[in-house]
Design a protein around this ligand. Structure first.
Ligand SMILES: [Zn+2]
Length: 145
């Protein structure tokens, strides 16, 4: 059941973050898979937190899905999308409105928005516009209320 919940949350989060894949067109045939980024999702106690990215090719980040926020009624899909936003290099925007994905808990318990606003989406696009993505630019960012 827990596995299904996280799988559902991640699927929703992935749909909510409109990333454009950066694809190069080399003169020679490239391998089918150029780089792999590992995003590890951990069920944890306390508040959600994540490594602040942007995570680069072959990089690894961790998202901790804090049970405390879930138990207080915050949207599991929004939590996952928000924390993945950190992994993509988005900082918190607190306090902020529900329309901002990165407003996190300050968007309110009833906020179920899982999509970044235009500014947040543009920032992720800028983060990945260059092939020189800095891996794990920041430390762990905790979302405790
Ligand atoms: Zn946050």
């Amino acid at each position: 059941m827990l596995r299904r919940t996280f799988a559902s949350a991640l699927a929703g989060a992935a749909l909510a973050l409109p990333l454009t894949a950066v694809v190069s067109t080399p003169a020679v045939a490239a391998p089918a898979l150029l780089a792999t980024t590992n995003i590890r999702v951990v069920a944890s106690d306390g508040w959600p937190q994540a490594n602040l990215g942007p995570v680069g090719p072959t990089g690894t980040v961790t998202v901790w899905m804090g049970r405390q926020a879930v138990q207080q009624g915050y949207s599991v899909v929004r939590i996952a999308a928000h924390e993945l936003g950190h992994s993509l290099g988005l900082p918190d925007v607190k306090p902020g409105p529900c329309s901002s994905l990165m407003s996190g808990s300050t968007g309110g318990v009833s906020c179920a928005n899982t999509k970044p606003n235009a500014a947040e989406a543009a920032r992720v696009q800028r983060n990945y516009a260059s092939a020189l993505v800095v891996q794990n630019a920041g430390g762990v960012l905790s979302d405790g209320a």
